[in-house]
Design a binder for this molecule. Structure first.
Ligand SMILES: Cc1cc2nc3c(=O)[nH]c(=O)nc-3n(C[C@H](O)[C@H](O)[C@H](O)COP(=O)(O)OP(=O)(O)OC[C@H]3O[C@@H](n4cnc5c(N)ncnc54)[C@H](O)[C@@H]3O)c2cc1C
Length: 428
């Protein structure tokens, strides 16, 4: 049986010459519509003395805009299905100006909402498949602790979804993870399969696999505009124009700007600068779990074990930082007040770390008002974003979802929850 894109793909591929990257090419002449090199669409030259060639117009089945975690995962998923895909990145691959750089991210099943627990279960399978395909470890299972009142809600959701978990007493926490300071009489939720995603390594692996399976990856190539035109999309870069049957916009912090004018209603996204700090373990041999500190409302401090080349145990607060325009970046300035706050937290809660700290890093969040992602399609545009500081753990799964949307399939999660038109994204 042929793939859903195949008949269209054969049409687009037959109407132009191939680039070295395998995409079909047509030539745009000044004052004319695209003219395939093979002359399939026969148009006479516009100007006397021959047409002035102003840009190459490529036709691809799917264009993906943004090669962070989500775009790289989408390109890999599409390429794995044999779909011709072109992935654009405005900066260099693996750059540190967006949301996906650095050594580590938490992978956890624990969440107060069973919808996200179920997604994490599916994501766990996607991570295993990715690691097998990449031939390298990309998710290190360290076990994870959840502390504070929200841990009770997490335990309920884990139980509802049949995910392994148990409660550790203060003494059990101390015996197992001596670096974590449980308070007298406190119990913490333990989830053995929680772990750490090797962030930068994962993004690189996704790009490598996408390329292996035929994707073209173009770095240093900002997409300047996306314009739906009936059943296709025109993408403009400084070098050329590309028409795609579908464009998947995974531009992270830059998505709102790029989508303005391209959608009936552009999603309301807030970009914030986040700061993390690394601390040295006093005993390098001591085991470290991930730790999430759930305060009475929402999630706050978290710690990530030093695996995968991280300079130390990462400690940060999941509290949106100052809102910024991503176009004004890079945002590399370190706020000493936040460094002090992190050191105070370490003194209070993590006696196994040296509060002097090693280094700090910044990164961007792209927040939605309800902290749910955007996974939706409008006409020939698919949007994957609004990752709200918690999407890394779902990366390979979201890539599959977005690839599915690009191919006209539905996603196996409540569509309205992740919709572009939900009130949290449209109310001004
Ligand atoms: C400090 C911090 C800690 C986090 N911790 C965790 C965690 O522990 N667990 C977890 O699950 N998640 C965590 N996250 C969240 C996770 O890292 C993000 O949700 C995820 O990386 C988002 O990826 P993205 O691809 O949407 O965005 P990005 O990585 O920003 O990628 C978007 C890409 O699009 C490119 N782009 C934008 N516009 C254009 C254009 N016009 N043309 C071409 N390219 C363009 C950008 O340059 C960028 O490379 C954390 C995030 C931060 C910042």
């Amino acid at each position: 049986m042929s793939a859903p894109w195949q008949s269209h793909d054969q049409r687009t591929l037959s109407c132009g010459a191939s680039t070295p990257e395998g995409n079909s090419v047509t030539i745009r002449h000044k004052d004319e519509k695209a003219v395939p090199r093979d002359g399939a669409s026969r148009r006479s030259p516009a100007a006397p003395g021959g047409p002035a060639i102003v840009a190459a117009v490529e036709r691809v089945e799917v264009a993906v805009v943004g090669a962070g975690l989500i775009g790289s995962a989408t390109a890999r998923a599409l390429a794995a299905r044999g779909v011709p895909v072109l992935l654009f990145e405005q900066f260099g691959l693996g750059h540190d100006r967006g949301s996906s750089h650095g050594a580590t991210r938490i992978f956890r099943y624990s969440h107060p909402d069973p919808c996200y627990v179920e997604m994490a279960v599916r994501a766990g399978e996607a991570w295993a498949a990715l690691a097998a395909d990449a031939g390298e470890e990309l998710l290190v299972r360290t076990g994870g602790l959840d502390a504070g009142p929200g841990a009770e809600d997490c335990a309920r959701a884990l139980a509802e979804c049949g995910v392994a978990h148990s409660w550790l007493t203060e003494r059990q926490v101390l015996a197992r993870f001596p670096g974590i300071g449980a308070r007298p009489g406190e119990r913490m939720l333990f989830q053995p399969d929680t772990g750490v995603c090797l962030a930068g390594r994962t993004v690189a692996a996704l790009q490598r696999l996408a390329r292996r399976d035929g994707a073209a990856v173009r770095a240093g190539a900002p997409v300047l505009g996306v314009e739906p035109q009936g059943d296709q999309v025109l993408l403009r870069t400084a070098a050329c124009e590309v028409t795609a049957r579908v464009a998947v916009v995974t531009a992270g912090p830059w998505a709102q700007g790029l989508l303005t004018g391209a959608l009936s209603q552009v999603p309301r996204l807030t970009v914030t600068v986040q700061q993390v700090r690394y601390f040295a373990a006093r005993d390098p041999a001591a085991p470290w779990p991930t730790l999430i500190e759930w305060p009475p409302s929402g999630l706050c401090w978290y710690a990530v074990p030093a695996v995968g080349g991280a300079p130390g145990v990462k400690v940060a607060a999941h509290v949106p930082g100052p809102a910024v325009d991503p176009g004004d970046g890079p945002f590399t300035g370190i706020d000493p007040a936040l460094e002090d706050e992190a050191a105070d937290y370490v003194r209070d809660r993590l006696p196994g770390l040296d509060p002097a700290g090693l280094a700090a890093e910044t990164c961007l969040y792209t927040m939605t008002a309800d902290e749910d992602f955007v996974l939706d399609r409008e006409g020939p545009l698919v949007v994957g974003g609004g990752c709200s500081g918690h999407a890394f753990k779902f990366g390979p799964l979201l890539g599959e979802f977005l690839a599915g949307l690009a191919l006209g399939h539905d996603i196996p999660v409540p569509r309205e929850r992740f919709a572009l038109a939900r009130p949290a994204l449209t109310k001004r």
